[in-house]
Write a protein that binds this ligand. Sequence first.
Ligand code: GCV
Length: 614
Amino acid sequence: MTTSIRRTWLPFLGEDVPERCDTPAKVAAFELELGCRALGVPAPALETDPGMGEGYAIRGADGNATVAGGETGLLYGAYAYLTAKAAKKPLPEGAQKPFWPLRMINCWDNADGSIERGYSGRSLWFEAGRLCWDGPRVRQLGRMLASAGLNVLCINNVNVKGQAELLIEDYLPELARLAAEFRPFGVRLMVSIDFSRPLAHGVGTADPLHEGVQHWWADRADAVWQAVPDLAGFLVKADSEHRPGPFTYGRTHAEGANMLARAVAPHGGVLVWRAFVYNCQQDWRDTVTDRPKAAYDTYAPLDGQFDDNVILQVKYGPFDFQVREPVSPTLYAMPNTRLALEVQLAQEYTGHQIDIYAMNPLWRELAEQLDPGTVRAVAAVSNLGRDDNYTGHPFAAANLYGFGRFAWNPWVEPIEALRDWARLSYALPAAQEDALVGMLLSSREVYEKYTAPLGLCWMVRPHDHYGPSPSGYEYDLWGTYHRASRDAVGIDRTRRGTGYAGQYPEAIRDMYENLDTCPDNLKLFFHRLRYDYVMADGRTLIQRIYDDHFEGCAGAEAMADALATLQLPEPDRAEAAERMQLQIRNAREWRDVVNTFFHRLSGVDDAHGRKIYD
Ligand code: GCV
């Protein structure tokens, strides 16, 4: 494996964290000494206060400062001290603690070293069916995760393929060694498991109510926790996209999850159960089944039936990480269940870490629309891989860092998280820093406009999900239809239509059902509209489709101009420039394909006479 190590947003920490730093307190002391020396600032004293857990407080003035904290709190305090100094910001005042206790990264890494939806190289810890890794690189990643405040890393794909044997004796010593690499950074491992695994071990069934199955899982949990006593838990994708699950045995998802939760409970583990169930074999002629309704229909009736150590992990939107979706109604519907909010750093539908797409603005919207106290944990699908810079596009690191900031404080201002990342990563002159931060802040809207604006969704090329294909999923099995015709586009998801909007609390439901209050950026998600429908800003729907695509593409071109002015260090400059060429090509392709698609259907010309291909 490669040993090249990039420092991402911590360039001033020029040395590797040595193996002898085997506790968070030792890492904190090492980092403070190294970092303060590099930055030319006095190092604060460290004071352990076990009662503070993950919390910390920085007391006293420069030259006489103390970082007090619980064991991992000390580590977070040390990084907070260093990042404030490096970013030339005031030190955080008063006691600090993370909003969510579980701040998780979910890797979709396979045992053969590939990554499902991975856009930054191969796996950092799997190759040729085994766990293996480059120690200094993994410790640098531990440093990155801790400095962003993240504390759980699920290392394998929820589509458990070939990594099922992670739970078997043969693998456990390696799993224990990997856990030991991350432990000093306050990061605990988690593993994804295959619900049907007892079948492969002679049990004859995977029925959660079968005693043999229960014993098999309890034994496995004993063995795994003996090897890794602080394992955070198991993660499960069941009855979803051909994965096995309790439905095979006529059991509910509460019965399935609780059986596993009872196996891990004696070890203090959590059982994270993903709420991503829908019919992926839908007939496009069926206009009654509506995929976004599926999670609520499956899980809301089970509210209150899950054991205390079950966490139900819900994707933030009802579809699947589209460029814009409303908040999933399931997140409002289960007050008696521990919920986790799932987001996706891997840019599956948002540009493959080629196109720039900064996510803090999206997460801030989630915090505004959903009381963050509704969920107990937060998880992000990883954007990490073996590329030298870990995230493919050097700016995609802003999403990993920004996710940590969001997980600590869901109300963090996007501009603050992104500016801190930019300032820590690159010492740019003020005007260039502004240009970079401005580019990141606008990137989501730009991407949305040149791809699938107004709540359209799913116009991506099937399967790989990069580039335009307006009809690609239209006659397919995945339940993802916009049903564009000569006169109209969109799905009526009000109670007069599929009924999806009826899954929301009344005030939200009414807001979306009423065309006057439904925001334009979700109009076609909730409504089927004629092309001559007049949007809130006075333009017709068809004109908005054209305008958004022209504006989005122009926005990408403006980002390219801004990027060219930045004096980024190499190799980031060259990597970002190369990817920007691809982004521009992608944006032009989207603009022309989608505009042509709607022009051919509607026959309506662009009011401004711009080029639309026929
Ligand atoms: C891990 C989408 C992706 C799949 C992914 C799935 C999930 O369908 O395309 O690659 O599988 O979501 O979140 O489980």
